[in-house]
Design a protein around this ligand. Structure first.
Ligand code: SF4
Length: 330
């Protein structure tokens, strides 16, 4: 602003339009004079993401397909719960390189990492949608959308810094969960960086043989290495750790599987096991387990004092499984 002969306070105004009340285009910065807006538009662009498509489920879930400035698609989901919480699920990469067998994104190539401001944009747009539809701000954010957040480490941490900043969205880091398919080295890095948010490990199988079958990353990051890394993370941060475990029919839903899961749970200061009902996708042959198997699994865990919660899959009538919507013909 100095360089172009404008008053200093204009910089603060523009900053607010970028971070606190973000706009999609410079022309929407309404307290800035037309002349200055034109000048800024000549010299700068806002490479913001836009909403390309919205799906609304009968259970209240919204799924958004975002379009990036260079024409890629990623997804975000807004999930209202009966307890009055509103969770945003955001993506960290365009596509994913980890090829988990049960995940629609895993069947796409990784195109590129999302920049920190693109991730921030996803949160802003989901927050605006939440305010418009439910009159409330987001209460939680989970990095469980497309991509592996710990393989886009710097941008994910920088986006969280902005989300939690007073001159950003001022959200508590305790309301943010980063979910990883298990990159042991980067879990340790989170510990070294003394992050304040929560961590979830997508375990999904409780022995290396089965995990290798569904998550190729297990070949280089086996369960033992992940257990060690999680313990290190906890030692450094004392932050909450959750295990995510999708139940697949006749694959990991027996009581023997539950037993193996309990053994891993005991080796880590984990607070919770989230059992997740599988949301089937066309590309994979996995199915969701029978209700009696799910109940028996849950009962077995609670009998052994494991703090477990069953998360029913949401948005079944829309393409709410990760990667389903972005992967559709545009
Ligand atoms: S589950 Fe996550 S890490 Fe695995 S392929 Fe899908 S997006 Fe990537």
């Amino acid at each position: 602003m100095n360089e172009i002969g404008e008053k200093k306070f204009r910089a603060g105004q523009v900053y607010e339009w970028l971070w606190q009340n973000p706009v999609r285009q410079i022309d929407d910065m309404t307290n800035i004079s037309k002349g200055l807006r034109e000048k800024l538009s000549t010299d700068f662009v806002l490479p913001s993401i836009t909403i390309d498509h919205t799906q609304h489920s009968e259970d209240g879930t919204f799924k958004l397909r975002f379009r990036t400035h260079d024409g890629h698609y990623v997804e975000g989901v807004l999930i209202p719960t009966i307890s009055g919480r509103y969770t945003a699920c955001v993506s960290s990469q365009i596509g994913c390189s980890l090829s988990c067998r049960f995940c629609a994104t895993g069947y796409m190539d990784r195109k590129r990492n999302l920049e920190f401001d693109e991730i921030y944009d996803e949160v802003v747009l989901l927050n605006q949608l939440c305010e418009k539809e439910y009159g409330k701000k987001l209460s939680n954010i989970v990095f469980m959308g497309m991509g592996e957040p710990l393989l886009n480490y710097k941008n994910v941490l920088r986006s969280i810094e902005r989300i939690t900043a007073e001159d950003g969205l001022a959200m508590s880091p305790k309301r943010i969960t980063v979910s990883t398919a298990g990159v042991a080295k980067m879990i340790r890095q989170l510990g070294d960086d003394k992050v304040k948010f929560k961590l979830a490990l997508s375990l999904h199988a409780a022995n290396d043989m089965k995990r290798h079958e569904i998550m190729p990353i297990n070949d280089t990051n086996n369960i033992k290495s992940l257990v060690e890394a999680l313990n290190y993370f906890y030692k450094q941060t004392k932050n909450e750790i959750t295990f995510e475990y999708i139940l697949f029919k006749d694959f990991n839903d027996s009581l023997q599987d539950a037993d193996e899961l309990i053994k891993i749970y005991r080796q880590v200061p984990a607070d919770l096991v989230n059992l997740i009902e599988y949301n089937p996708i066309d590309a994979a042959s996995f199915e969701k387990p029978n209700e009696d198997k799910v109940e028996a699994f849950m009962y077995y865990l609670s009998k052994h004092n494991v703090n477990a919660r069953l998360r029913r899959s949401r948005g079944k009538d829309i393409d709410a499984a990760c990667g389903q919507l972005a992967n559709k013909d545009h």
